[in-house]
Design a protein around this ligand. Structure first.
Ligand SMILES: Cc1cc2nc3c(=O)[nH]c(=O)nc-3n(C[C@H](O)[C@H](O)[C@H](O)COP(=O)(O)OP(=O)(O)OC[C@H]3O[C@@H](n4cnc5c(N)ncnc54)[C@H](O)[C@@H]3O)c2cc1C
Length: 313
């Protein structure tokens, strides 16, 4: 295979992490190929909050602006899902797309994001991103002073209920029939005026995605306006497994401070990786991976040149 058929970097994922990585690599005069199946994590959200200069922007608009900015660089975006990825003996990465095409690169970034595990409640899918949220830093401000229901079991629900007191005085905790709080936790929640409903939930009551209440299986209805949940996530893609990546206990891809995975030449960035899962962090991780890759390529290219010229230093 001739070198011209090999991209410097293939980026899997065109969310904030992948696009910002591509931006820095493009500006470093690298030949970059981004694959994007366009199923980004916050696609159901009304707005993207907490990103300086873009606070409140629609997520789709944010991504379109990003793609627009990439047009002046040597960055190609293909809107296809990568279904397989691997690395051959000589260190070249290969990906196969859903349309049966193969592409090759010297380095790879996995920025394929995650999917939230929604609470298993009737109506949850309709409310997700409108009145059902997972992250107070994303949607806490918009929920301030509202009646906030927390859906969570064990320590997670307890911790999230306590944390939300900063955004509203009207916080309620629902454990959905799984009463797994300790006596001490019940006492602390009582002190904080956080009622705990341990009964099983029948369904969410909602109008056009806006939660109006929660119906318990006992028949009781409790009024609330938004719900925050803490029921974990899973990786959007299984390519990490195919490539032999290591995962944390919570299911994030493991990486070091420069976004290296455990596979040489493979970097991970954004929500798929192990750090805080916010747009600004995802974008920053994309940048870190891009800089580390560019520096690795510089070293490898110099080494190759010196070997060719038979210069030994
Ligand atoms: C309801 C909701 C609201 C949120 N609000 C905020 C907020 O206000 N502020 C904030 O900072 N964060 C917010 N977040 C978090 C934010 O969405 C993520 O931190 C951010 O999207 C992570 O960016 P990413 O690039 O890592 O992943 P994503 O944005 O999820 O992008 C990953 C991309 O990779 C693509 N992909 C995956 N697998 C493949 C494959 N095999 N082949 C090709 N492409 C693939 C996907 O299609 C997707 O486009 C919110 C999340 C949710 C769920």
């Amino acid at each position: 295979m001739k070198d011209k058929n090999i991209y410097d970097v293939i980026v899997i994922g065109g969310g904030p992490a992948g696009l910002n990585a591509a931006l820095i690599l493009g500006r470093s005069r690298r030949k970059v190929l981004v694959f994007d199946s366009r199923q980004y994590r916050n696609e159901m959200a009304m707005s993207l909050n907490g990103y300086l200069t873009r606070d409140g922007i629609a997520p789709a608009e944010f991504l379109e602006k990003g793609r627009e900015e990439l047009k002046k660089y040597d960055v190609k975006i293909i809107e296809e899902e990568v279904i397989d990825a691997g690395k051959n003996q000589s260190g070249t990465f290969m990906v196969s797309t859903e349309n049966g095409k193969n592409f090759y690169s010297k380095k790879m970034i996995l920025a394929s994001g995650i999917k939230d595990n929604l609470p298993d409640l009737q109506g949850a899918d309709l409310c997700y991103g409108k009145s059902l949220f997972h992250c107070p830093y994303c949607d806490g401000w918009e929920s301030r002073d509202k009646i906030i229901a927390i859906y969570g079991i064990k320590k997670k629900g307890y911790e999230q209920a306590k944390a939300m007191k900063n955004w509203s005085n009207k916080v309620l905790l629902f454990t959905d029939g799984r009463e797994e709080l300790l006596d001490k936790q019940f006492k602390i929640l009582k002190k904080l005026n956080i009622p705990v409903y341990t009964e099983k939930i029948e369904r969410l009551l909602q109008k056009s995605g806006k939660i109006t209440g929660i119906k318990l299986e006992t028949g009781q209805t409790i009024k609330c306006e938004v719900m925050f949940f803490n029921t974990g996530f899973s990786q959007r893609s299984n390519l990490g497994e195919k490539l032999g990546c290591r995962y944390t206990k919570k299911g994030s891809l493991k990486n070091d401070d420069e976004q290296h995975s455990n596979i040489s030449g493979l970097f991970v960035a954004g929500d798929a990786a192990r750090d805080m899962k916010l747009v600004v962090v995802a974008a920053a991780e994309g940048v870190k991976a891009a800089v580390a890759i560019n520096q690795e390529l510089e070293k490898e290219e110099l080494k190759e040149l010196l070997q060719k010229e038979k210069i030994y230093v």
